[in-house]
Design a protein around this ligand. Sequence first.
Ligand SMILES: Nc1ncnc2c1ncn2[C@@H]1O[C@H](COP(=O)(O)OP(=O)(O)OP(=O)(O)O)[C@@H](O)[C@H]1O
Ligand SMILES: [Mg+2]
Length: 388
Amino acid sequence: MTPQRLAKYVASMHGDHIRRTIGVVMELSQSNVVAYLLGRREISSERVLIQVLADGVSSVVIKVLDADGGEPVGTDMRTPGQLKRGVPDTRMRAGRCLVLKQPREFLTVGTRWRVDTDRIWLERDALMALAPLMPANTLPQVMWEDRENRILAISPAPAEYKNLQTLLLAGKTLRWPVTAAARWLAHMHRTTARTATPATFAECRLFRQQRITPYLQYPQTAHPSVARHLEALGNFLLSDPVCLIHGGYSPENILIAADAVDDRGIFIVDFEVVFRGQPLFDIVTLISHLLLNGFYFAPQWRPFMLLADEAWHAYQQAASPPLLATNQAWGGTLLGGLLLARVDGQSPMGFLTDETKQQAVRQCALELLQSGGSLDDAMDTVGERLGA
Ligand SMILES: Nc1ncnc2c1ncn2[C@@H]1O[C@H](COP(=O)(O)OP(=O)(O)OP(=O)(O)O)[C@@H](O)[C@H]1O
Ligand SMILES: [Mg+2]
């Protein structure tokens, strides 16, 4: 039996004792999650609804609603297809809802990209460290963990929350969630800059595996002309443990309340790249994603540039001066590096498949890497290139 078939067989058995004997981690999936939770006595019956939120690019993320759990939650379990077809929302008004996350060792992108699966414990530790520092309902709570199978159970976002990237791709350029997300980011940076955090957050192994190598080292082969800039950028990002950074602060990891109009109504997920490092990384990540949406929607790019501008202003107003100190020297290079990463790195942007658009991002990114300067100058350059 091949190791894969053996793992499948073991997963189908759901027997803890069998897994322990031969040391195989059960791969969580839609088909075994109910038996898994029943086996752990985390649900009381098979009367549960399952929704797969992420299907294993880097993790498997599954939302489970236990209708007999007794707590009032109410969560919309319709699939995107059902939503499209206008299937009515028949959500149960009572039940217990949880989200299970299990990391994959090999990320299913075009190239071979391996990341240690103990990043799930980094995510757990980050959620626990940030819980007392962030307002209630802006982060998932840790519910329980299965060490052996590297599964983390966390609380779900409130029922009606929507993914910000999904809204952006639908052309909804909403100002408030973007500025609110920028302000919460500044809050997280400010509070952790003056708080001692566990030493694990300063270890660079997982940040290197998830960001430095795939984003900044991988593109060097194709672009030797900017290799030394990318190398220097990597050294800068590892140079100073200023505060806790999220590491993946993109609209995909920000959920928003559909009807909110102020800073409440933001829910931030996916803390597996948390690192004590350079705060500029997070705000430039957010801005780079807004601009990538602009490249995608070009020639209708202006609303996205406006959003990027608003995010940057909101962050600057809410951040303390030391958090902004590196902008003049690194803002432009960092924006260039992050844009290049999403076309020629190991994790290209899923929605940016059009080669002409990719080439526009690439050219702009290379120019920013060459010219350096502040983030403000770099955003001006992006606007000029998009408008040309
Ligand atoms: N606690 C939660 N409540 C509601 N939705 C969630 C929660 N956690 C994650 N999600 C949704 O699932 C998606 C994937 O989760 P997450 O970002 O944590 O995994 P990932 O590592 O990015 O997975 P992949 O790279 O495979 O997409 C998120 O973009 C978000 O829409
Ligand atoms: Mg994510």
